[in-house]
Ligand binder design. Structure first.
Ligand SMILES: Cc1ncc(COP(=O)(O)O)c(C=O)c1O
Length: 400
């Protein structure tokens, strides 16, 4: 039976299922080496600690954990998040407020729903995170893209777009260890981007799930920390520094906007589940969170360097790649007239999967010679084997 096409709302019609669904389906199968996900190393999950914490919560505070909670979030967690944001990122001052949401993805969707009318212009980095691209498509935004350069978005191109299209309202950016490129925006560009947004009355949606996963101690200021005018919406999450399954994230933005997000959350999921909020809070207070994150940073640094070393050994010479200083991803480019959707299909036959570049583009129909590799989720043996096989498959597809 086919569902009635006319019954589908217009806003969903630009959203298509992924053309590479069959590749993703393979990712979890035995024997397949997947560089496709964007997920943390499961062996680092603090299973025992979280088992103890959840048992304690359910025994000692069941009336809190199992009852409805307030929409803005479990108060102790909210306070702890605010304090962490202030201490680490110097954000959350004056006119700003923070709300707990069910993952960064929900925060992003709320911000878009509240601000974007059908046909409003939104600029995104190209390539960019598909979760946000699809959220923008579902609210019928008019999407424009600017290329990601070695030091972040191409601001000349951005300025050009802003000049030409006065209906542009918002800029979406992942300035630190971007998904999918792993690239970070320079401090100078962060400042210029903020000034550009102020001058043109634009909102910046700053998405920062990977900022804490840096390989060294250099820290880049968030754009939100520069925000004296209340135009930056900052979205963060526990997904990459604790567990994505908990579904706990947060939004720090102008209090009026957080007020609107609160109303919207009431019609979305009422509040983020209490037990995971309480677990995140307990974990933050019982254990040294930064030590735990430090372990992740060291492991990901090793895996990233190891993967690049193997890529340089096995990949065709024409294939270039980024050199991330944190986060979860390396972006590769075959530098030629290649379609990595086709290449990914070929490589999947050899049981290695990755995400082809077109997935991260505004126009997904256009072919892309880029692709994304994830290094956080695999041990050395799988990385070595996977990259060796991938090198062979790539050479078969595109030559030396
Ligand atoms: C750039 C970016 N933003 C947001 C998210 C969503 O994170 P969450 O699990 O907190 O919803 C992801 C997840 O992969 C991401 O890569």
């Amino acid at each position: 039976v086919v569902f009635l096409e006319y019954a589908i709302a217009n806003r969903m019609k630009t959203l298509k299922g992924s053309a590479i669904r069959e590749i993703f389906k393979m990712a979890g199968k035995p024997g397949v080496i997947s560089f496709a996900g964007g997920v943390p190393a499961p062996e680092l999950f603090p299973n025992e600690e979280l088992a103890q914490i959840s048992a304690d919560i359910l025994r000692k505070e069941p009336e809190l954990a199992l009852q409805y909670g307030i929409t803005e979030g479990y108060m102790p967690l909210r306070k702890a998040v605010k304090q962490r944001l202030l201490e680490k990122e110097n954000i959350g001052k004056d006119f700003d407020e923070t709300i707990i949401v069910s993952g960064a993805q929900q925060g992003i969707e709320h911000a878009i729903k509240i601000l974007i009318n059908p046909g409003d212009g939104v600029v995104v980095e190209q390539p960019s995170f598909i979760g946000t691209l699809n959220a923008l498509r579902s609210y019928e935004a008019d999407l424009y893209s600017v290329p990601v350069q070695e030091d972040g978005m191409d601001l000349d191109r951005l300025e050009d777009l802003i000049r030409k299209h006065p209906h542009i309202k918002m800029i979406y950016t992942i300035p630190t260890f971007q998904n999918p490129t792993g690239v970070s925006m320079s401090i100078e560009k962060r400042k210029t981007l903020y000034e550009l947004a102020c001058k043109n009355n634009l909102i910046i949606l700053e998405d920062n799930p990977y900022g804490e996963l840096s390989f060294d101690d250099e820290k880049l200021p968030t754009i939100k920390s520069l925000d004296t005018e209340g135009i930056v919406i900052y979205v963060g999450t526990f997904s990459k520094i604790l567990s994505p399954g908990l579904r706990v994230g947060y939004v720090c933005a102008h209090q009026d906007l957080v007020g609107r997000i609160t109303v919207n959350k009431q019609i979305s999921d009422v509040h983020t589940s209490m037990l995971p909020q309480m677990m995140a809070y307990e974990f933050m207070t019982r254990y040294p969170m930064d030590d735990y994150i430090q372990k992740m940073r060291a492991l990901y640094k090793h895996r990233c360097n190891f993967m690049i070393e193997k890529m340089d050994e096995h990949f065709p010479e024409r294939c270039s790649h980024t050199n991330p200083r944190g986060g979860l991803f390396i972006w590769c480019d075959l530098n030629g007239d290649f379609d990595t959707v086709e290449v990914a299909r070929e490589c999947a036959k050899d049981l290695v999967v990755f995400v082809p570049g077109s997935t991260f583009m505004v126009d997904m129909e256009k072919k892309s010679s880029g692709f994304r590799l994830n290094y956080s989720n695999m041990g050395d043996e799988a990385i070595e084997k996977g990259i060796r096989i991938l090198g062979r498959s790539l050479t078969k597809c595109i030559g030396k």
